[in-house]
Ligand binder design. Structure first.
Ligand SMILES: [Zn+2]
Length: 96
């Protein structure tokens, strides 16, 4: 029986998530969180504050990208796995 566990491993680039968080969104959330905190304080002092003007621009990019390393699988083939794929490719080819 083939030990399937040795054929693939967790993708190191995305830690098995299959996607990479967009840093622009992280920056946006951090900025927004900071604004919320400062707003709570300034709210008491000044109620006429224009919150929309100081809100950071929401990124138009997606929140996360599909990992280019594993194409969203979260796993990559080990050298043993690659060998098996080559083996299957050989036997799947009807032209031999
Ligand atoms: Zn990955």
């Amino acid at each position: 029986m083939i030990d399937l566990n040795v054929l693939d491993k967790q993708c190191s680039r995305c830690s098995g998530l299959g996607r990479i968080e967009n840093p622009h969104w992280f920056q946006f959330w951090t900025k927004l969180e900071g604004l919320k905190n400062s707003f709570r304080i300034s709210e008491i002092e000044d109620r006429s504050i224009n919150f929309e003007k100081i809100t950071p621009d929401q990124p138009t990019e997606p929140m996360s990208f599909v990992c280019k390393e594993c194409h969203g699988r979260g796993k990559v083939l080990t050298s043993e796995g690659k060998q098996l794929i080559e083996f299957i490719r050989f036997w799947m080819n009807p032209n031999y």
